[in-house]
Each structure stands twice: as structure tokens, then as C-alpha cells.
Design a protein around this ligand. Structure first.
Ligand code: 5AD
Ligand code: SF4
Length: 469
């Protein structure tokens, strides 16, 4: 399987996808004729979608997309700083680009590293002239105009905002799934996490704007929409309609022509049973909930400031498991957090068994600057973190294998997302977010098909087409 395909299909529910452009209209042009841009995106789905919006805003200013960074007049890196490795990547890229940089090429750093490092980036990489965090994207056009007018360096670093990044010109990169941000920023204060400091306070978009964007996308041919937010279910409609998160889900789901609606990431503290009821009522709502637990030990959860206990989390799981149709549950887990003992870790393993997750994304704890825990002793040695991560992944691999094998013989609805010519295989996704490989054709991409499961591995299913749906 190609590296690109692996990335599309096995990424965390909030990670990158492939490229295809959707046309836009009403363009307001101010870029010097023929200027081009190139954006490289690191990190989560929120970043992927932010880049789609930035690309749209630049195109509206008259820029054209370049096929590589060497040929682009404006190179932007949309960065992630959730773990140290991710944050380092951008400096590696900047170092490589410096060697080949043309004199007239403008380089900008966007996203979480931009917000976190601010003007220090100019010291470390003097060839950068734009540094802008996501809360300042509404001002990005103005910052780029100032550079074009001759300013050497510009920054957008204020977090004091009530605005969301609204643009009509989003250039969507995934041909099948359209992302819509419904809430930006985060008001939680998990002690390990940079996001509240890099994305700013929680801001929900008015429901009518979300609904009109969703209608426009379905009108343009999208059949799957994914609503995005760091804590998507903390959504609070600021408009007079005051829709709850669940009401918003149901209103989007009733748009004629929409076949699948997903949402990510849900926070356990704001999880309510009416989300499960909504999934029961509406067949358009996918049977999958991403509900990160982070750890199975109450002692560690308290130090992480996750604001729920293991028992409260398990109550949400029981509620999801009692639904009239099966709903898959996925999670994020951090191992080796400050002070995590062997007993704490064992509690995480036992929680995996109790929940019987369909998928788990697991990470070694990475101490981050400007976080509470970043000042604490990083007490678990790297080697031990590695051992715990491997043990957890092996336990979860067995759980997933068993759960996937239980699906053999069943017919599942699959949205075909890709084709692997060398293998003659179509690759699709079930409503429960499982990957299915089956003999197919390139022309099937974008179609919904019934596929009978014939074999199963821990990370994907194998099947045969039953009939077109
Ligand atoms: N170290 C390791 N993993 C982290 N995450 C967030 N912050 C850190 C950190 N400092 C993980 C959490 C979160 C996911 C997006 O990244 O599991 O849910
Ligand atoms: Fe980070 Fe916690 Fe907010 Fe998630 S809820 S983005 S882990 S602070």
C-alpha cells in the first residue's frame, strides 16, 4: 500500500487526507498577477481544515496553488506542537528550505508552533517573515498585504479574540468528506496540553452559518460531512436559536442528500446521553464516537485535570453500548504521564478491556512548554514509556482483531474512498469508521456499496462487493 494511502486511511479521526479542489466564486483579487502559494500541513484535522480555509482565502486574493514549495512565491507551514517531535518537524523543514530559498520567496509559519514560539521563530529562522497563530487567521489577508507592501516581518499572535475564521472560499482537499468547524479553541485545562494556549478560548460558530455551509456543501455534491472542534460537544450556539450540540447534529443530519455525518473530538465531561439518542434516531449520523479517555487511573486523570473519573467515563461507555444500534468507540491514550506508576498503567490496560474499544490512538507523554505539567518532573524514563506503549498497543491489537473478526459474514455499507491499481482493490470506510479492502474499480470512488466481510485484521477488514446501494 502506498505511503499516501496509508496516511489517508489509517490516520487518527482528526488527521490528513488527499487532494482535490472544489471551485469557489465571488473572488476578490489583490495579489500581484501570477503569484503562487504552497502550504504544508502538520498535525490534526483542525489544522488540515484551517489550511483548506487559508488556501481558499489566498485563492480569493488572486494567488494560485503551486505544485511544490520550491516554485511557490509564498510558502506556508501550518504547524503542530502537541508533542515535541511534531513541533521539531517545522524547524527541520525551514532548515532544508533555507538552502534552496529564492530571494523573492516569502516564508510563513502558521498554527500552534507559530503561536507558541512567536517572534522567537525569527531568531531561529531569519528567513521567515510571517508568524501567525490560528486565532489570528481572520487577519491573515491583511498581514500578507503588509508584506507585499514592503514590511520585512509581520506577526498575528493575539489570542484575545471572539472571532472564528470565517471564509466563503475554503478550498476543500478531500473529495468525499467535507470538514466544517463548529467550535474553535478550548476552555479545558488539561495539564499536559498546549491547545488552550495555542488556539485560544472556546468560540462557537452561530448555528445558522454552520447549517448554510452544510447545505452549500451537500448542494456541491458532498455526501459526508464531519463537524470539527477540539471539544466538539462543548458547542454552545451563540445565535438567538441557541441550538444544543445534539439539536445541531439533527438539523445538519436532516439536509436532503447528506448520507453521513460525523463529529470529532468529543470530551467526556460534556458527553450527554442525548448524543446517543440522536444517533439512534438518525441513520445519517455515523455509528462512531471518538471519546478520548487519556488514562484509566483516577489518580492520573486528576493530575491531568481531565475533570472526570474512570467511573464517570465508563458510565458514558455503558450509555453508548446500550444504544439500539452498535456504535463503535475510539479513544486517545497517553502513557508515561508524570508520576504514572505501574499500577496506574495497569488500570489503563484494564480500562481497554472493559471498554473493548474499536480503535485507540496512543502516545508517549511529551512534556510541553507553557503547560502545567511541563514544569513537573517527567518521572517515567523514555525506555519505560516505550515499554508501556508497546504493551498497550499489543493489548489493543488483540481487542481490535477479535472485534473485527466478529464482523466476518456481515454486509456493511461502505463509502469507497480510494483505489489501489496494483492490487485491483477498492478501499472504503464503514459508518463505524472501519477500513474495508475489496476487489474493485477506480471508477467506484465516491460511491456507497454493500460489502460482505470475508476476513479481518486488527486494523482493517477484507470483503467482497455484495451489491450497489
Ligand atoms: N504528550 C503526548 N500526547 C499528547 N496529547 C496531547 N498532548 C500530549 C502530550 N503533551 C495527545 C492526547 C490528545 C491527542 C490529540 O494528543 O491524547 O487527545
Ligand atoms: Fe487539549 Fe484537553 Fe483541550 Fe483536548 S480538551 S484540546 S486535550 S486541553
Amino acid at each position: 500500500m502506498s505511503q499516501e494511502l496509508v496516511q489517508i486511511l489509517f490516520s487518527r479521526p482528526d488527521q490528513a487526507s488527499d487532494k482535490c479542489e472544489v471551485p469557489f466564486s465571488g473572488v476578490e483579487r489583490s495579489a500581484p498577477a501570477g503569484k503562487t502559494f504552497y502550504i504544508e500541513t502538520f498535525g490534526c484535522q483542525m489544522n488540515v481544515h484551517d489550511s483548506e480555509k487559508v488556501a481558499g482565502a489566498l485563492t480569493a486574493k488572486g494567488y494560485r496553488a503551486a505544485s511544490n514549495c520550491e516554485s511557490a512565491d509564498l510558502v506556508l507551514y501550518n504547524t503542530c506542537s502537541i508533542r515535541e517531535k511534531a513541533a521539531q518537524k517545522v524547524f527541520t523543514r525551514l532548515g532544508t528550505l533555507k538552502k534552496s530559498q529564492r530571494e523573492d520567496q516569502t516564508i510563513g509559519v502558521l498554527g500552534c508552533v507559530a503561536q507558541q514560539e512567536g517572534e522567537r521563530i525569527f531568531g531561529r529562522a531569519p528567513h521567515v517573515s510571517l508568524v501567525c497563530g490560528s486565532a489570528s487567521y481572520p487577519r491573515l489577508g491583511e498581514l500578507i498585504d503588509r508584506l507585499a507592501a514592503g514590511e520585512r516581518r509581520v506577526t498575528g499572535l493575539s489570542l484575545d479574540t471572539e472571532d472564528c475564521f470565517e471564509t466563503e472560499f475554503t478550498r476543500r482537499d478531500n473529495p468525499f468528506r467535507a470538514y466544517i468547524t463548529i467550535i474553535e479553541g478550548c476552555d479545558k485545562s488539561c495539564s499536559y496540553c498546549v491547545v488552550p494556549g495555542t488556539r485560544g478560548p472556546e468560540r462557537s460558530r452561530p448555528a445558522d452559518r454552520i447549517l448554510s455551509e452544510a447545505r452549500r456543501l451537500v448542494g456541491a455534491g458532498y455526501t459526508e460531512i464531519q463537524l470539527l472542534g477540539q471539544t466538539v460537544n462543548s458547542y454552545r450556539d451563540p445565535s438567538p436559536a441557541r441550538l444544543t450540540f445534539t439539536e445541531l447534529l439533527l438539523r445538519v443530519a436532516e439536509i436532503t442528500g447528506l448520507k453521513r455525518l460525523r463529529f470529532t473530538t468529543s470530551h467526556p465531561s460534556d458527553f450527554t446521553s442525548d448524543i446517543v439518542r440522536a444517533i439512534e434516531i438518525s441513520p445519517v449520523l455515523c455509528d462512531h464516537i471518538h471519546l478520548p479517555v487519556q488514562c484509566g487511573s483516577n489518580r492520573v486523570l486528576a493530575r491531568m485535570r481531565r475533570s472526570y473519573t474512570r467511573e464517570e467515563y465508563l458510565e458514558h461507555v455503558s450509555c453508548i453500548r446500550s444504544a439500539k444500534r452498535a456504535i463503535s468507540i475510539s479513544s486517545d491514550v497517553i502513557v508515561g504521564f508524570c508520576g504514572e506508576t505501574e499500577e496506574d498503567f495497569e488500570e489503563t490496560l484494564s480500562l481497554l478491556d472493559l471498554v473493548d474499544y474499536d480503535q485507540v490512538f496512543s502516545f508517549k507523554y511529551s512534556p510541553r512548554p507553557n503547560t502545567r505539567a511541563g514544569r513537573w518532573e517527567n518521572s517515567v524514563p523514555e525506555e519505560e514509556k516505550g515499554r508501556r506503549l508497546a504493551a498497550l498497543q499489543e493489548r489493543q491489537r488483540q481487542i481490535q482483531l477479535r472485534r473485527n473478526q466478529a464482523l466476518i459474514g456481515q454486509e456493511l455499507d461502505v463509502l469507497v474512498e480510494a483505489f489501489q491499481p496494483k492490487l485491483g482493490q477498492s478501499v472504503g470506510r464503514t459508518s463505524s469508521n472501519r477500513i474495508v479492502n475489496f476487489p474493485g474499480e477506480a471508477a467506484w470512488a465516491g460511491r456507497y456499496m454493500k460489502v460482505c466481510v470475508t476476513a479481518a485484521g486488527p486494523n482493517s477488514l477484507v470483503g467482497a462487493r455484495a451489491e450497489a446501494v
